[in-house]
Design a protein around this ligand. Structure first.
Ligand code: BG6
Length: 509
């Protein structure tokens, strides 16, 4: 069962005794962006929440020419200064090892450094290796760890690795990467991270579904017409043009983040909240996704690339003018897809999703659209639009849940309108200062893999999108860019739903 973090910097009573056990957190890619923006701030929050043991240390590894003091200074620069005790606590536990990831010598030095830390800090030989590196290093780092004897678990010591996305670039490469790392590690040592599972609202999907008796009976094809998942960003590719241009939105977002949202929404209730019980159910859904043949791909998928436009009153450039991007690029920055799930619960209920960059608003949600009533008693009442009930799980930027339903508009004449019941996290629980990585890092340290992807789940995600990749490659897009920045994507995305007499939910600013 994954951890739930306290809502403020004070560890409340129920967390007493839940401090993680002794370990060293080894960070490959120690001076990269992820380390600065997410990992170190998340560790800092764990320090403040008093969830890390005194027998804890961090070793940063990168090619940058830094010493321990230089690394400590670099790390301190991107942490808030409002809690000097926590800062001193973390700073004093930071170490640094300079080295090339391809050089066996780096790993020999690392092994010696870890042995010294174990002796001084009593970290007991438990190591968590985090690959915050470019994906091309994942396999070779694991192999080197194996050769240096750093991956072997014995005498009660554990060794785990965390692998960032992208996990492969298609089914074949994901399988090859799984084979490669599993030649060194057991599956239960591998934590394939997807930061969407660190989001409170994503974790809440399971609590909402399986801790409330009223929703589950209607969570199926008898009551639900279809499901829409929207994941919209206003940002462009920022400084990641070179990576993004070789990946595209389909690879970047769908086999991972979108599949997590879909599987949590569609899975059966697990028999327990243990890592494998939950992941077995998620995997079953992914395996039940109807395979797409070439014709399905043509009919049920849409791709787009942003042109210039206006976002938040500012003119922004087209994708092809972004730094690092080929000026004639055919890479997609928008994807819409319709998928069907072949099982009893969901037969005939399409799941539509759209995800893209430079869209009109930053907004991620899962909308469950219920069926219309069988008989519209109030169809002649003014304003009655034959509304349907929609349950919306809002993931970001607003985090919450809302349910729309019809209500009588007050007055002597019978009029019917649509209203919302809504719950917002921040209103009930206060603002959340977490990065989303805290729970994930903490779970790795306590050995809870519930929120991490298993090999079969990653491969199932790629299995779904591989045919799309193939068809898109064989038929390059003819008219990119095909949507202006600041809109909701190409018009074909609307046609995808219109063909089924449906439309995307209107997302209000
Ligand atoms: C990352 C993708 O995994 O997720 C990015 O590589 C994307 O391209 C990001 O912008 C979106 O994450 P979030 O948490 O901002 O929705």
């Amino acid at each position: 069962m994954p951890a739930t973090l306290p809502a403020n910097s004070e560890a409340p009573a129920e967390f007493a005794g839940k401090v993680a056990g002794p370990c060293v957190f080894v960070l490959f890619g120690a001076s990269g962006d992820l380390t600065k923006r997410k990992l170190i701030p998340a560790l800092f929050n764990l320090v403040k929440a008093k969830l890390l043991p005194d027998t804890f240390a961090v070793v940063g590894v990168s090619v940058d020419d830094l010493d321990v003091e230089g690394f400590r200074k670099q790390v301190s620069e991107f942490l808030p200064t409002n809690d000097s005790a926590a800062l001193d606590w973390l700073r004093s536990r930071l170490f640094y090892e300079r080295g090339d990831f391809g050089d066996p010598n780096t790993f020999a030095k690392l092994r010696d450094r870890l042995a010294d830390i174990d002796a001084e800090a009593h970290t007991e030989g438990n190591y968590l290796f985090y690959m915050a590196t470019a994906p091309k290093f994942f396999a070779s780092i694991v192999q080197q760890l194996g050769r240096a004897g750093l991956s072997t678990q014995d005498n009660g010591r554990w060794r785990r690795i965390v692998i960032e996305k992208p996990f492969g670039t298609d089914l074949e490469s994901a399988r090859a990467l799984n084979r490669n790392i599993k030649s060194v590690l057991q599956e239960n040592q591998i934590y394939r991270i997807d930061h969407y599972l660190g989001k409170e609202t994503v974790q809440n999907i399971m609590v909402f579904r399986f801790d409330n008796a009223i929703f589950e009976p209607i969570w199926n094809r008898r009551y639900i017409d279809h499901v829409q998942i929207t994941n919209a960003e206003t940002v462009g590719v920022e400084r990641r043009g070179a990576y993004f241009d070789s990946a595209g939105t389909l690879r970047d977002m769908v086999p991972n983040h979108v599949m997590q949202l879909l599987s949590l929404t569609a899975m059966e209730s697990p028999v327990s909240f243990s890592a494998d019980a939950v992941r077995n159910e998620q995997a079953k859904v992914l395996h039940s996704l109807q395979p797409l043949n070439s014709e399905d791909v043509l009919e049920n998928s849409v791709r787009g690339q942003y042109g210039d436009g206006i976002i938040c009153d500012e003119r922004v450039p087209r994708y092809r003018s972004e730094p690092g991007v080929n000026p004639e690029s055919r890479t997609e920055t928008f994807v819409a897809l319709k998928l069907n799930i072949d099982n009893w619960r969901w037969a005939g209920v399409p799941f539509y999703f759209r995800t893209g960059k430079r869209l009109a608003q930053r907004h991620t949600e899962i909308a469950i659209q219920f069926k219309r009533m069988p008989f519209e008693l109030f169809r002649n009442a003014p304003f009655h639009k034959g509304h349907t009930n929609t349950l919306v799980i809002q993931i970001q930027p607003v985090e919450g849940i809302s349910l729309s339903f019809g209500a009588k508009i007050p007055g002597p004449v019978l009029r019917v309108g649509s209203v919302d019941m809504s719950f917002e996290y921040s209103k009930y629980f206060g603002a959340d200062a977490y990065t989303g990585y805290e729970v994930l890092l903490y779970d790795c340290m306590i050995g809870d893999a519930t929120l991490f992807q298993r090999a079969d789940m990653v491969e199932a995600g790629w299995t779904v999108i591989d045919p799309v990749l193939d068809v898109w490659k064989a038929l390059p897009p003819r008219k990119f860019p095909n949507y202006a920045s600041g809109t909701w994507g190409p018009v074909e995305s609307d046609h995808l739903l219109e063909a089924d007499n449906r439309q995307w939910r209107k997302i209000e600013p």
